[in-house]
Design a protein around this ligand. Sequence first.
Ligand SMILES: Nc1ncnc2c1ncn2[C@@H]1O[C@H](COP(=O)(O)OP(=O)(O)OP(=O)(O)O)[C@@H](O)[C@H]1O
Ligand SMILES: [Mg+2]
Length: 169
Amino acid sequence: MSLWQDDLESNASVPRIEYVHVRNYRVLKDFELRDLLPLATLIGPNGSGKSTVFDVFAFLSECFTSGLRKAWDRRGRFKELRSRGASGPIEIEVKYRECPGTPLLTYHLAIEENQRGPYVSEEWLQWRRKPKGKPFRFLEFESGLQVTVTGCRQTGGSSPVFRCQSHCL
Ligand SMILES: Nc1ncnc2c1ncn2[C@@H]1O[C@H](COP(=O)(O)OP(=O)(O)OP(=O)(O)O)[C@@H](O)[C@H]1O
Ligand SMILES: [Mg+2]
């Protein structure tokens, strides 16, 4: 076995992103990466958005560690962050597996801005119990209000956004 294969196999239990969809994030007005393998290479002309793809992950990471406000302000807020000429929220959707053979999880985040600053207009986490089964949403927030936990219970509580996001990605 080569060192390369060895590395891949020792990382087999690391969560892996298989799909990414980004809307309205700088030059990524409607951008999708499908069927991602453990090694992916981005190739494209200057200014096509390669670094921006990595910044999407940095942005998510900063949201979870330092909070949305800091990550947002550092990047020049909606004025700089939203794709020029676009309207509507910035949306990031990631499909990932905790480890091989486990269900595909979908994490969706939509961010908008008002006079008070950025806010999460939509955030949910869902999975399918069976490959072709109905999607089961077990965590859902709308404008900061938690509306679903476990997919069946309406809590109507006012849990703050990002409270449990460190578990999501
Ligand atoms: N809000 C925005 N709306 C639309 N385009 C934007 C926005 N902010 C930045 N851009 C564009 O994004 C491009 C830069 O993207 P990025 O740096 O990701 O490209 P790259 O593929 O990494 O380029 P390089 O090969 O030079 O490193 C520039 O053309 C810039 O004008
Ligand atoms: Mg670049």
